[in-house]
Design a protein around this ligand. Structure first.
Ligand code: G6Q
Length: 522
């Protein structure tokens, strides 16, 4: 079963949406709330302890229904089935797209080239469990027989961003191992990271799907040279492990075959933290937490696969985003997690979303005449409020926002947490309500600044009508993080399907890698 090949702008739903947009583009959300006192609950979806409030969007029931029609007309249902069942939907690379199989513990076989991949996935998970358990409990030791104290992940792009983001996000659950990440080919990044490390007690995890990436190989060789100043070639077997599909290249590097964790070409780099690429996550928080992380992602997979589009969190988020991207011509979206633990989430999702959907050719190979991938950016709240949120509130651009908040803080301080969440709610309210001239008038009068009213009125007035989604989650657990990441993965998938593009190749990234090689030859 192939993905359908439908120009979304040629669908009936698109024409309806275009006409509907022309009629409703100036409608104020405040009016929509006034008209429907139940708007908040009518536009709220629940999935386990996730609550998605999408009421503060410039949509009404007709918008919503037409967007759902668009998903139906562009073959989303069939595309989801094709992805989960292992069809080679990554057509340009002739590969299946099965990061979802990495977190599917059911007994249902998944076939790639007529071979069930589930046993290999299970065997690799068991290897990850065994290895991480033994490093954490001190049974596996470094070359001088001392337990490990530090772990250095050497990889870039998909072999770095996911583990780094998840290790940071799950810091609360971390054990005694200190995790470091080396990605940039900038030597200063390498030396700065290793300068205080002890080679005897440091475990190096070299992560490269292809094991040909210049940055990772250069960094790994530099680290190996530093290691060999103190240790011998035979000691490499104790302190170096690798994650790769390219077993031969890893062996040539000097890593013992026992220390190689396999990967598969049916997992894209930016979707690979669920595989052995996530080894550093398992080392950092222990296998049980890593397993909970996978389980969470699988729960979101099941929700995505089985829930009707109108109640399906990834589908609804994707459709709302298309509404702004393709009809309001919004170019960017801002992501605002209200927890410091998710500081790296926007950067991580930039890769997921922008590398997947940054395409300008459709599935026919023809140039596209509509907008595709959104630009995603963001930072944690409340920090963002003191930085770029001014532009979101009062700038000339329409920037839809996703607010992500947690109902329970991990360290239990209710004073801080009440303030944090009050800021989240306050921001979403300010964005949609804005501030009218009348309100500014009253405010200045009360502040005894009547004489300033004329001068300040235009500057203190906010147009409002700025859209946002609010996703509330009970608590930042490994399971919740798994569900959250999978939610955005599927949102990205839905958009790629509707935009009629291939979301799982990245020839732009590869061109850069090739051209850099030419410069080195000069
Ligand atoms: C991800 C991209 C890219 C890739 C890196 C590292 O989807 O393909 O970010 O992950 O270029 O590649 P290797 O893992 O092969 O070193």
């Amino acid at each position: 079963m192939k993905l359908k090949n439908i120009n979304p702008t040629s669908t009936r739903a698109w024409s309806t949406l275009q006409q509907h947009f022309n009629e409703t583009k100036d409608v104020k959300m405040q009016e929509l709330f006034k008209k429907n006192p139940n708007r908040k609950s009518d536009y709220t979806l629940k999935f386990d302890d996730f609550t998605l409030d999408f009421s503060k969007n410039r949509i009404n029931n007709q918008t919503f229904n037409s967007l759902i029609d668009l998903a139906k007309e562009t073959g989303l249902k069939e595309a989801i089935e094709a992805q989960f069942s292992g069809e080679k939907i990554n057509v340009t690379e002739n590969r299946a797209v099965l990061h979802t199989a990495l977190r599917d513990k059911s007994n249902t076989p998944i076939l790639v080239d007529e071979k069930n991949i589930k046993p290999e996935v299970a065997a690799t998970l068991s290897k990850i469990k065994d290895f991480s358990d033994n490093v954490i409990n001190g049974k596996f030791k470094g070359y001088t027989n001392k337990p490990f104290t530090d772990v250095v992940n050497i990889g870039i792009g998909g072999s770095d961003l996911g583990p780094k983001m998840a290790v940071e996000a799950l810091k609360f659950y971390q054990n005694h191992l200190k995790c470091h990440f080396i990605s940039n080919v900038d030597g200063d990044h390498v030396y700065e990271t290793i300068k205080n490390l002890n080679p005897e007690t440091t475990l190096f995890v070299i992560v490269s799907k292809t094991f040909t990436t210049q940055e990772t190989l250069t960094n790994a060789l530099t680290v190996q040279k530093w290691f060999l100043e103190k240790a011998t070639v035979a000691d490499i077997a104790h302190n170096f492990v690798a994650v790769s599909t390219n077993l031969e290249a890893v062996k040539d590097f000097g890593i013992s075959p026992n220390n190689i964790f396999p990967m598969w070409d049916w997992v894209g780099g930016r979707y690979s933290l669920w595989s052995a690429v996530g080894l550093t996550i398992a080392l950092s928080v222990g296998y049980k937490n890593f397993d909970d992380f996978l389980t969470g992602a699988n729960q979101m997979d099941v929700h995505f696969k089985n829930t009707s589009f109108d109640k399906n969190l990834p589908v609804v988020l994707a459709l709302i985003s298309i509404w702004y991207n393709n009809f309001f011509n919004s170019e960017t979206e801002v992501l605002l997690p209200y927890t410091q633990y998710l500081e790296l989430l926007p950067m991580y999702l930039q890769q997921t979303i922008m590398e997947s959907n940054g395409k300008s050719v459709d599935r026919n190979g023809d140039a596209i005449n509509y907008q595709t991938g959104t630009i995603v950016w963001g930072s944690t709240g409340t920090n963002a409020q003191h930085a770029f949120m001014q532009l979101v509130h009062q700038g000339t651009k329409l920037i839809p926002a996703d607010f992500i908040g947690f109902l329970e803080p991990l360290h239990g301080d209710s004073n801080h947490h009440a303030k944090l969440m009050a800021n989240l709610y306050g921001q979403t309210e300010a964005l949609y309500k804005g501030k009218t001239k009348g309100e500014v008038n009253i405010e200045l009068k009360l502040a005894d600044k009547t004489h300033d009213i004329e001068k300040l009125l235009p500057f203190k007035t906010f147009a409002g009508n700025k859209p946002s989604n609010t996703l509330l989650i009970q608590k930042l657990t490994p399971n919740a993080l798994g569900r959250l990441i999978a939610l955005y993965e599927h949102k990205t998938f839905v958009q790629g399907v509707i935009w009629n593009i291939y979301s799982f190749d990245q020839f732009g990234v590869e061109l850069g890698k090739e051209l850099a090689k030419n410069y080195l030859k000069c």
